[in-house]
Design a protein around this ligand. Sequence first.
Ligand SMILES: Nc1ncnc2c1ncn2[C@@H]1O[C@H](COP(=O)(O)OP(=O)(O)OP(=O)(O)O)[C@@H](O)[C@H]1O
Length: 230
Amino acid sequence: MLKLDQIRLEQGEFQLFADTVFDEGGITALMGASGSGKSTLLAAIAGFLPPAAGRITVDGKDITDLPPGERPLSLLFQDQNLFPHLTVAQNVGLGLRPDLRLTSDQKIARDSVLERVGLTGMGNRLPRDLSGGQQSRAALARALLRGRPWLLLDEPFSALGPALRSEMLTLLRDTAKSEGLSVLMVTHAPEDARMIADRTALISDGVLEPPVATGALFDDPTPALRAYLG
Ligand SMILES: Nc1ncnc2c1ncn2[C@@H]1O[C@H](COP(=O)(O)OP(=O)(O)OP(=O)(O)O)[C@@H](O)[C@H]1O
């Protein structure tokens, strides 16, 4: 369970308040208008923005002051962060060792994760020799290789066309299930939330609303969601 306990975040004039719990298992979509604070919230959970007030706990353990790399989570951004001069296998291996000195067991784990995301045999390519969808798979593979229980995604597939995006969302849903991951995914697209998110939490007027079942939410939108959907 990921708990945001009376959290207040500040970025310049902007403020966001969050006091809610994300249950583990399954996928939670995080939605809200542009500038509502979705990326700010993920940055705080990931450890890149210290809260102005409040505590963040995971399974009862206070992680508020832990450096990003020591938190029980991986973060995946839209631009994928693949290093252009490193091969796919090296980019993925960075998830385990920044110096790339993988043990033989770690290499086996890396190759296994490449296989799980459908990149078998592509480890020696450079990112530029992959399609957009394959680059997304490589970035997901790196996050998965870290083996952290929570996966935070900030509009990771929004640069992809509709068919590829849907393919990646399906891969994410299947992988989260098979690996028992808890996923928090920022998205602008209601259809993405409806497709894979068990729950959806909305940020509205500087406040994070508690996550609720996605189907029920869209079938009977709250005033905040109605305002967002327009
Ligand atoms: N470094 C910063 N200094 C000052 N204000 C900032 C900074 N970073 C973000 N903000 C402000 O914080 C607010 C929230 O931004 P954030 O990027 O979290 O929103 P978002 O919901 O992710 O938006 P989008 O959907 O457009 O990506 C915005 O008003 C933004 O202008």
